[in-house]
Design a protein around this ligand. Structure first.
Ligand code: C2E
Ligand code: MG
Ligand code: MG
Length: 693
């Protein structure tokens, strides 16, 4: 300003002072105002007329009190100002005004008792600082509550910058011992070295996240951690901070392990399940490929498990499955693998030395043997056997599905052969299964499409050779295959449960047609064991009789021994109920089954049908003749009559007559025919007889 005239310099100076952000006053040693700037007047809502140079400090303060920018005792403020000026030092105080503004007031002595006061409105600044503090508190609280350890270090000095609550616990030191210090200054040398190594590794790594899994202090502890480190970089990409987040994953890992165990094990027996079996077979298949090691897959199904469950209840059923699992495990070498597939199905993966077939047969025999011993389950003596299906790798398949399917088909064969045995897969089983499946589909439609017929084979009095009734035999006229034998489709109908509606249809048809026969002619209907187990047999029979109007004494129900094999008490009750309807109960195919004689004691049958296998060999084998004689005599003692089935020659008929057999049935006397072709068919038969009676 050297070239500028003094009066202009003054006006520049005044302008500058007026434009200051702060309000400014200057007093002389006699406490009279020398100068105040425009901002001062604005801040205190004063006019230039009110505040003139020469006003005393007290006057100015009183004006401020009036304009409400000052509170308090003016005398006291005057006194304090004097002290501040006298101190010779710049002093600063904060005032909060009634209008909410915060003002920093600075008193600066300028020598000889004069001073300058500045009034700086710092409200926004104070608010911003306060907001910042609140934000920091908020973030600190959040970070402290994150259920993970958070540690931040300066990337250059490796000094701790931030540690949350979990971090204090993890590092074993309080925050104030950590912040600003390095690991070297806090931890034993070994731990510090490890920390330093991890930090250096994270800094050098090109990865964004670096993982660490061992706990810091105790690498052998049971606590599992998952640590992640990342480098926080400046906008110019220089490393600024090293952030570590460490989580305790013990619970999560244990849960995952537990779930994975549950997914791979059977909950009841603790044995591996199907998932593991599949994996093991896959492993065995790759060993087969690499090293040519053969192996065997076996599927096991408990015999009569359902009847244990049904008759003794599920807890005993579960107990039996556990006992079976134990026996199975104990009877296998360590190298063999056993799994439970669900229900009463188990599987074995057998590895072996020597001949594959021999090893499988030996193991199967051992299992059959071990299983045959009685089980003690909850105080109940339980007997069960098992059927076993066997498939060899690679002979019967080189993938899981082929082998499982092969073993399953072999198991099916073992069961249909009468259970408690093993069976090795044969390719023919597959074709059989296909045709069985096709048959099953056709069978489902047969009833709807009226493809069934009932034929009747007459039964004769052995001595008089006159007919006394007929046996109803089911026929299926398949649209493509022609007549299908019941031997072929009845087992399938039994397996699928279709025998229930089909059996009912036969019963109703036979009862209805029999009313067209002479009134002393009986009709015999075959009843499947499945109808006993699942059907409402007593009701069905009662309804068929009522609806057809056939007198109950003209109906015979033929059952086989297998009905007596399971659920004895229940089935015996059903048989008694049937008998009390007035119908006769006949034991069919006698002599083919198990311990036949004991069944004769169990239930008062009306009639026994001697199986065709005895009749066929009657003339050639004297022992057959002896057996037939014995059966006839036994029946007579037990008050039962006998029918011989399958008589094809006159010689057979004569021998049976001589043995005292009451009734005869066979191609010699009459083949199964339609009801209308029977000799005693009289469309008005029943009605005529009734009329005659
Ligand atoms: P089953 O009850 O023992 O019936 C006698 C079987 O022997 C009948 O075979 C009959 O045709 C046959 N047969 C009769 N006399 C002779 C003979 O002199 N020589 C020969 N070789 N065979 C003779 P079919 O009709 O094939 O029936 C076979 C089996 O199917 C029956 O044996 C029976 O167990 C079952 N079955 C037939 N119809 C039904 C039915 O409606 N329901 C049920 N559950 N089973 C039935
Ligand atoms: Mg029969
Ligand atoms: Mg028979």
């Amino acid at each position: 300003m050297s070239g500028v005239p003094p009066h202009e310099q003054n006006s520049h100076l005044l302008m500058a002072l007026d434009n200051m952000r702060q309000g400014l006053t200057m007093f002389d040693a006699s406490e009279r105002l020398i100068f105040c700037n425009a901002q001062f007047l604005r801040m205190h809502e004063l006019s230039p007329d009110q505040v003139q140079p020469g006003c005393t400090l007290r006057e100015v303060l009183e004006l401020r009190v009036r304009s409400a920018t000052l509170f308090g005792d003016v005398d006291h403020i005057v006194e304090r100002t004097r002290q501040r000026v006298a101190s010779g030092k710049i002093t600063r105080t904060l005032d909060e005004w009634v209008n909410g503004r915060v003002v920093a007031i600075e008193v600066a002595p300028i020598g000889d008792g004069a001073w300058v006061t500045t009034h700086d409105d710092i409200t926004e600044h104070v608010e911003a600082v306060d907001q910042l503090r609140r934000t920091k508190n908020f973030l600190d609280t959040i970070i402290d509550h994150v259920p993970a350890t958070i540690i931040v270090k300066d990337a250059a000095s490796f000094r701790y910058v931030l540690v949350n609550k979990n971090g204090e616990e993890y590092l074993g030191h309080a925050k104030d011992q950590l912040i600003g210090r390095t690991a070297d200054e806090i931890f034993p040398a070994a731990v510090a070295a490890k920390v330093a190594e991890q930090d250096r590794h994270a800094l050098a790594s090109p990865e964004r996240l670096v993982y660490q899994s061992a706990p810091l202090h105790d690498p052998d502890s049971r606590i599992l951690i998952q640590g992640r480190k990342c480098v926080v970089r400046s906008p110019g990409s220089a490393p600024e901070y090293l952030l570590s987040i460490i989580e305790d994953v013990t619970e999560r890992t244990r849960t995952a392990e537990r779930l994975s165990f549950q997914a791979r094990h059977d909950a009841l027996t603790g044995l591996p399940n199907r998932v593991q079996l599949t994996e093991r077979i896959d492993d065995a298949l790759s060993r087969l490929k690499r090293r040519g090691e053969h192996f065997t897959v076996m599927l096991l199904d408990l015999d009569r498990f359902k009847s244990v469950n049904d008759s003794l209840g599920h807890p005993i059923g579960d107990g039996l499955l556990n006992a079976v699992a134990q026996r199975l495990r104990a009877s296998l070498p360590e190298t063999d693998f056993v799994a439970r597939l669900g229900g009463d199905e188990f599987a074995i993966l057998q590895t072996f030395e020597g001949d594959q077939r021999e090893a499988a047969v030996a193991l199967s025999n051992r299992i059959l043997d071990v299983f045959s011993a009685t089980y003690d389950v909850g105080g109940h003596q339980v007997v069960t056997g098992t059927s076993i299906g066997i498939a060899f790798a690679p002979e019967h398949g080189t993938d899981v599905d082929q082998l499982m399917k092969g073993a399953d088909l072999a198991l099916y064969r073992a069961k249909s052969r009468g259970r408690n045995q093993f069976c090795v897969f044969e390719p023919a089983m597959e074709t059989e299964a296909h045709s069985r499946h096709a048959l099953e589909i056709d069978l489902r439609n047969a009833l709807k499409h009226a493809e069934f017929e009932v034929h009747y084979q007459p039964v004769f009095d052995t001595v008089m050779e006159t007919p006394c009734g007929a046996e109803a035999l089911l026929r299926w006229r398949h649209p493509q295959k022609g007549l299908v034998s019941p031997a072929e489709f009845i087992p399938v109908a039994e397996e699928t449960g279709l025998i229930i509606p089909v059996g009912e249809w036969v019963l109703r048809t036979a009862c209805r047609e029999a009313t067209n026969w002479s009134s002393h002619m009986k009709v015999a209907v075959n009843v499947s064991p499945v109808q006993f187990r699942k059907g409402d047999l007593v009701d069905t029979v009662a309804r068929a009789l009522v609806d057809s109007n056939l007198p109950p004494e003209r109906l015979e129900l033929e059952i086989t021994e297998s009905v007596l094999l399971h659920n004895n008490e229940e089935n015996l009750a059903i048989m008694s109920a049937l008998k009390s309807l007035g119908v006769s109960i006949v034991l069919d195919d006698f002599g083919t089954g198990y311990s036949s004689l004991s069944y004769l004691k169990m239930f008062p049958f009306d009639k026994i049908k001697i199986d065709r296998s005895f009749v066929t060999e009657l003339s050639e084998r004297p022992d057959c003749a002896a057996i037939v004689c014995a059966i006839v005599n036994l029946a007579r003692i037990l008050n039962m009559v006998t029918t011989a089935e399958g008589i094809e020659t006159r010689e057979q008929l004569l021998l049976l007559r001589a043995a005292g057999c009451s009734f005869a049935q066979g191609y010699l006397l009459g083949r199964p025919v339609r009801g209308t072709e029977l000799a005693f068919y009289t469309p008005t038969g029943g009605a005529c007889d009734h009329a005659a009676a």
